[in-house]
Ligand binder design. Sequence first.
Ligand code: GLN
Length: 309
Amino acid sequence: SAPGLPAGQITALQAVDVWRRHFEENGVSEPEVSSRYIVAHLLGAKTMESLGRERLTEFLSREKTEQVWRLCTRRLSRMPVQYIIEEWDFRDLTLKLRPPVFIPRPETEEMVELVLTDLRRKSGPGLGSESQLTCVEVGCGSGAISLSLLKSLPQLRVFALDRSQDAVDLTRENALRLGLQDRLQIYHLDVMKHAEAVLRLCGSVSALVSNPPYLFSEDMMSLEPEIYRYEDPAALDGGEDGLNVIKQILTLAPLILSNHSRVYLEVDPRHPPLVQQWVEENVEELQYLETRHDVSGRPRFCILQKEES
Ligand code: GLN
């Protein structure tokens, strides 16, 4: 249960302290960080550090105090802080977030860098700069990957697909807020069911990128409450071997990519050898190029390339 509202006035720092201890006592993960993000957010800032000593040590109004108590009580029921403050930073973007749309994870920022590096090279002088660069994202969620790519590459056009209406709506909302809607087409469709639609809508693209649902179904049982209570399982569960959606993407890839264009996939660390083997046995026009590691040193990204036979 939540601590009662304080009888007297308290400061921002004291409020953080009360809730940090309360989170700790109730086994809420990241107790300090959680209370700091929430209090900073209610004071109109991203971090406590950016507020300065004075703001942190003056008394909160009664209204602010009640807001702190209301939002921190949500954290007590394990709602992720990203959903509580309704936004989160991904690379150079601040995205609006709400449940159940998947919360972008930091490792995915690295996949954006991989795609950007390759697409910049493709669009470089003398290498087809006259032609339009296009990218398909399968499972756009909040729009983190697509919008980052659009922001960094002014000549890029993106097709963003998702089978969840919540995700489609949120990607559209984020695109509008960031002024990136003009070069973005968003489609509400499921690549597992509507392969022909994907082929019809997105032809001859310069890249295909996805952070698909890739967890092994049995690992869905051991997720933290932050994830299983609030995030859409359809964005996480990749089936028995975690490869259901990945296999579908790899099957479609050669049909929508232009020759020598690449697929970028975020996967489970156990996946890269399985992906490589499956592609070698099943997808003739796709060549496995390399596995890249995430910041924690785990194999995390697969890069493949279309080679017409
Ligand atoms: N990395 C995510 C997690 O651990 C899973 C992401 C995914 O399935 N695309 O929750």
